[in-house]
Design a protein around this ligand. Structure first.
Ligand code: PA5
Length: 356
């Protein structure tokens, strides 16, 4: 396999991309701008005092909840939790603002969580392209933010996350978002020039990562602030786009368990490739931990790369890393000769479940 030849041939990559994942990636800045616009429109749920926020969804529709959780942790007076289940935690009640998120609108766990939230009298906002969720929400008079269809759910992270910020700002729980989203959009427009298929391997960090990941197992580590969630996103994108295994973890927790497991079996450890995601707001002690940890694992694994977020605001910095990971995962798919869009295993599982 000539890795460089594959990564130099955008047309060949487009040819195996049946769901236009590359086009969706290129359009992420425009998607974020449009998502903000959608979130600022339409009715809000009737709510009394909100004591906590819950995002319920699965897979590509849930990760936006985690982004919201870490984004708002240092800015919002009430906590955000993410629920990836049929059932809701016992504390969820009328004071819980619930975002029910499903790109297709047909994910059974999410529909079940929606019914529970309704039964408990929660203020709800549904975020979807349509499907059963929209049908139920319209029936119940629940506000729906309808986002455009035609994307893979994981390629719609802007649509499935940014509107929640707009709603929280409209409800008076967050502020200053409009300027931050504008900065996010401008920053993504700038960095995509070096991430697109036409950019050379020398300039393109995402291509370099795909080259390093090829025939290896990526292990992505982030910090306890915002980058841990991005590490999770990297991992999920490699799984779903490249159809390959990947693992993630977070500092400082990984220093207390995972790091100990880098002694044996040596032949397998040599197959790992570690990426450490960094951000200027990482806790100072975490920064030191990352440095020491790198020194420890470098001897055991095939390589370690550190990637630092770029941009000013938290949103731009989070997405600067997400963008690299998203692109790297589709380049890795190209190296394996895999169509990044379809997720046949998930479709199969959903179909099997529907029949039982
Ligand atoms: O990215 C994907 O395709 C999946 O992770 C889906 O998001 C997940 O299966 C849930 O489906 P939906 O987003 O339609 O609720």
């Amino acid at each position: 396999m000539n890795i460089e030849a594959v990564l130099k041939d955008p047309q060949a990559m487009y040819n195996v991309d049946s769901m236009n994942m590359f086009r969706a990636l290129w359009g992420l800045p425009e998607q974020c701008a449009d998502a903000w616009r959608l979130g600022t429109q339409g009715p809000l749920p009737v709510a009394g005092a909100i004591s906590n926020v819950l995002v319920t969804g699965l897979g590509g529709s849930a990760i936006g909840g985690d982004l919201l959780r870490v984004y708002s942790a240092g800015k919002m007076a009430v906590p955000v939790a993410v629920n990836r289940d049929y059932v809701l935690p016992a504390y969820v009640d009328r004071s819980t603002l619930v975002f029910v998120v499903s790109y297709s609108g047909n994910t059974e766990e999410t529909l079940s969580a929606y019914e529970e939230a309704r039964n408990r009298g929660c203020p709800i906002v549904a975020l979807t392209t349509g499907g059963k969720l929209k049908e139920l929400a319209d029936r119940d008079g629940v506000p729906v933010i309808t986002v455009p269809g035609g994307l893979a759910p994981r390629a719609a992270t802007g649509y499935l996350f940014i509107p929640t910020l707009a709603v929280l700002e409209r409800l008076g729980l967050l502020s200053g978002l409009e300027a931050e989203v504008r900065e996010l959009v401008e920053h993504l427009e700038e960095i995509r020039e070096n991430l697109k298929p036409e950019a050379s391997l020398e300039d393109n960090l995402a291509k370099q990562l795909a080259r390093d990941f090829y025939n290896r197992i990526p292990v992505i580590w982030g910090g306890s602030g915002t980058t841990g969630v991005v590490a999770q996103r990297f991992k999920g994108q490699i799984n779903e786009n490249a159809k390959a295994p990947a693992y993630w973890n977070v500092f400082p927790e990984l220093n207390h368990n995972e790091l100990v497991g880098f002694e044996v079996p040596k032949e397998l450890l040599e197959k790992l490739y570690v990426v450490i995601l960094k951000d200027e707001e990482d806790h100072p002690r975490v920064k030191i931990r990352m440095e020491i940890t790198r020194g420890i694992v470098a001897k055991a694994v095939s390589g370690v790369t550190e990637i630092k977020s770029s941009g000013q605001g938290v949103l731009a910095r989070m997405y600067s890393l997400i963008y690299v990971g998203d692109y790297a995962s589709v380049y890795l798919a190209a190296l394996y000769g895999i169509d990044p869009g379809p997720v046949r295993i998930i479709d199969y599982l959903k179909a099997e479940l529907a029949g039982r």
